[in-house]
Design a protein. Structure first.
Length: 128
């Protein structure tokens, strides 16, 4: 008797903003990609080589996470691998391997430009 284990845990940064769409049955689907570095020795030097991993979240959590998952955000993900294949309109066969997310932890938000307050903003708070 053999048992199979399909678990994956990764952490990395989002390569683009998440994309939210709906399936034909109305189920929310959230897609995003995470860059995870792999260290490889090239000649005498070690280099970080990125791997780009497609991820997907389904249902109400997809809607909740959409506004939080922006390019640059660091996430930790636990899920399972899913392989799918399809045929394009032109007849080409395509396939992909993606992580179906079970758990997601937002480790840091993407860095955003902060507006610098002007002195006029402080003048309004001064009572005299």
């Amino acid at each position: 008797m053999s048992s199979n284990i399909n678990r994956v845990s990764i952490s990395g940064n989002l390569t683009r903003d998440s994309e939210l769409r709906s399936a034909n049955n109305g189920t929310a689907i959230l897609n995003f990609s995470v860059a995870v570095n792999d260290r490889r020795k090239v000649g005498e030097e070690w280099q970080d080589v990125p791997n780009y991993i497609d991820c997907v979240v389904f249902g109400p959590r997809a809607v909740s996470l959409h506004n939080l998952l922006k390019k640059g955000a660091k996430v930790a993900i636990d899920g399972k691998l899913r392989w799918s294949s399809w045929e394009t309109k032109e007849g080409s066969k395509r396939s992909k391997l993606e992580v179906v997310v079970d758990e997601l932890e937002l480790m840091s938000a993407p860095k955003q430009k902060q507006a610098t307050p002007t002195s006029a903003a402080y003048d309004e708070d001064v009572p005299f």
